[in-house]
Write a protein that binds this ligand. Sequence first.
Ligand code: HEC
Length: 178
Amino acid sequence: MSDSREEYNRGGMIAFIFSMSFVFLFFIYIVAIHPGVNLDEKIKDPTASLEVVAGPVFDIATVKEPWVKNDDVIVYGKKVFSTNCAMCHGEQGKGDGPAGAALKPPPRNLIEGKWTQGGGAISLFKVVTNGIPGTSMAAFGHFKVADRWALVQFIDSISQNKSKDTPEQVAEFAKTAK
Ligand code: HEC
């Protein structure tokens, strides 16, 4: 009888020690190993959190005159460019995108801005809308008008050969531009 109680107690003690060490190891894991939520990491990269904050706030559809110079529109235009044009014109617009390497004529270096179609904001809008026949420069007339103006603003912002169209000329053209 006393033997079996000793058996029982030893079993209980082993179970107790076993579960306590489990709890202890789990505690060590949570404190020392588990990555958890590191608030410092979020603060370290201010642009990443800005992106999260600024991203959904800017809506190109709320810009009434997307042809008027506006830094938000330029940033938005860079995103449109990155998705649709960078494969040929390169991420920085140097004409060195991976899909452009074998093209003849090659994609234009938009920074040098040696334009063949005029190069003012109005002519850039027409190029983006209609493409350049006989070359790989495709027409993007199916893009929203505001998106095309955002592309024009982005290109003008990186070009060394900036648009000489006056704001009045551009506004006049924009009235009818589709
Ligand atoms: C399939 C490759 C390709 C894609 C994609 C492409 N382009 Fe082009 N682009 C070209 C080529 C090639 C030329 C040069 C044609 C020439 O030399 O006449 C060109 C020329 C241009 C020019 C020069 C116009 C001028 O007056 O000289 C502009 C501006 C331009 N592209 C803007 C864009 C924009 C904006 C996009 C995205 C919406 C885009 N391209 C997408 C291949 C491409």
